[in-house]
Each structure stands twice: as structure tokens, then as C-alpha cells.
Design a protein around this ligand. Structure first.
Ligand code: C5P
Length: 236
């Protein structure tokens, strides 16, 4: 059964959170590491669910942990939890299969980007609604990027002006994402990559510093600080 948020919304958001490290209980699972006393997954889902366009949220949980993840998110939003797969791509495909008829825009969002502003969800969805097939939020690359050999020798310097760091949520016309997943062979780290392989144009919208991926211990400290120092962190 699929729970829905806003019946007039036209957006479904898929949240893959079935990584091998993700397990309820004390310690390591990334999507369940806490900032401000709450798991990253809870922060991420709360910000998604606050977006007026969002009709449905589907979370892919580690197989066997669906009920625990459902209980964790029940107070946050009406949503659907499915069992994820062995790769991120399989988890996204399982979540996509659970989207009910209705939403024609599908966003895929990392739970680790817990402070992603609700406004970014709306701007990505808005670009798809405006006619784009596939949309990624991006930031300019601030560091100089070099290509380096396995031995640590610099091979060359990449032209930074042409580079962008890509965040989530990534947004797609539903049929475009479904076709890309149906045709997918090798697992990739993002969904836009699958769509690019289909020869579909992927366009950029401005990302947000708050949509940072909380990956390393430093990021967790920074996110905790942003939450307390900036009470509305991620709301704008
Ligand atoms: O490990 P990585 O950072 O690439 O994971 C990105 C996201 O994909 C995480 O939110 C993780 O929980 C999710 N994932 C998943 N199913 C898997 C592997 C990863 O939903 N089998």
C-alpha cells in the first residue's frame, strides 16, 4: 500500500537508504547517524516532505529492516518503505516500482544529504515540470583538480571552469528514469549517469551548500554546527 503526502502533488521522491552499513542500533550506519539528536534519514525526509509538490516519498531500507525504518519515519511523514537491493541502483529501481500512478516527476535523493533545503527539491522539480527530461543540482568546483597516477605523480590539471560537483535530489521525467533503469547494465553512482547513457540531455540547476553529502566525521561535525548555529538550516 502506498501512503501519499499531498494528493495534488506531481512529484515522487525516492530515497535509497539500503546501504550495507545501514542497520538500526548503536554505531555506524550512515543514514542513521544522528545530528541534533535525530538520524540523517529523518532530517532528509522531513525536508523532502515539506515540499508542497511532493505527492509520494518511497524509502528503500535494508532488506529485513523495513519495519524498523517505517517505525522511525512514521512520526515524520506518510510514506512508503520498500526493501532495497544489493546495489544502490537496485534499491532505486525497487523504490521506483513502488511509485503509484500519478506523479510524472521522480526525484532521487541521498539520505546523507540531510540538510538539503526544501527549496532545492522544488527548484529541481520545477525544472523538470518546465520541460527538462533530467536535472541535477550542481555547485562550482572550488579546488584545483589534478589527475594523479596510482604512484602519486601528477599527470595533468583539469580545467576547473568546465567542472561541477553534482548533488541530489536529481530529477527526472518519470518515463525517462524508468527507461534508463530498464536499460541499465553496470551499476553507476548516480541516476543521471544512467540517463546520460541513454543519450538523454541532463541539465543543471544551482545546488546548495546545505545539500552537502555528510560522508566524513568532519561533515557530521559541520552539519551538527549548522543545525544549532543556524536554526533554519536547510529550510531555505
Ligand atoms: O555507498 P554510497 O554512498 O554509494 O550509497 C549511496 C546511497 O545509496 C546511500 O544512501 C545508501 O544507503 C544507498 N544504497 C542503497 N542500496 C544499496 C547500496 C547503497 O540504497 N544496496
Amino acid at each position: 500500500m502506498t501512503a501519499q503526502l499531498n494528493p495534488r502533488g506531481d512529484v515522487a521522491v525516492l530515497v535509497p537508504a539500503a546501504g550495507a552499513g545501514v542497520r538500526l542500533g548503536p554505531g555506524g550506519p550512515k543514514a542513521l547517524r544522528r545530528i541534533g539528536g535525530e538520524p540523517l534519514l529523518v532530517h532528509a525526509v522531513r525536508r523532502i516532505a515539506a515540499a508542497p509538490s511532493v505527492h509520494t516519498v518511497v524509502v528503500a531500507a535494508p532488506p529485513g529492516d523495513e519495519e524498523a525504518v517505517r517505525a522511525l519515519l512514521r512520526p515524520v511523514a506518510a510514506l512508503t518503505v520498500v526493501a532495497g537491493g544489493t546495489t544502490r541502483q537496485e534499491s532505486v529501481a525497487a523504490a521506483l516500482a513502488a511509485v503509484p500512478a500519478g506523479p510524472e516527476i521522480v526525484l532521487v535523493h541521498d539520505a546523507a544529504r540531510a540538510l538539503t533545503p526544501t527549496a532545492l527539491v522544488e527548484s529541481v522539480a520545477g525544472a523538470v515540470r518546465g520541460g527538462e527530461d533530467a536535472v541535477v543540482p550542481v555547485l562550482p568546483v572550488v579546488d584545483t583538480i589534478k589527475e594523479v597516477s596510482a604512484a602519486g605523480a601528477v599527470l595533468g590539471t583539469v580545467d576547473r571552469a568546465a567542472l561541477r560537483a553534482v548533488q541530489t535530489p536529481q530529477g527526472f521525467r518519470r518515463a525517462v528514469l524508468a527507461a534508463a533503469h530498464a536499460a541499465a547494465v553496470d551499476p553507476l553512482t548516480d541516476d543521471a549517469g544512467l540517463v546520460e547513457k541513454q543519450g538523454v540531455r541532463v541539465t543543471c540547476v544551482p545546488g546548495s551548500e546545505y545539500a552537502m553529502k555528510i560522508t566524513r566525521p568532519f561533515d557530521l561535525v559541520l552539519a551538527e554546527h549548522l543545525l544549532t548555529a543556524v536554526p533554519l538550516a536547510g529550510h531555505h
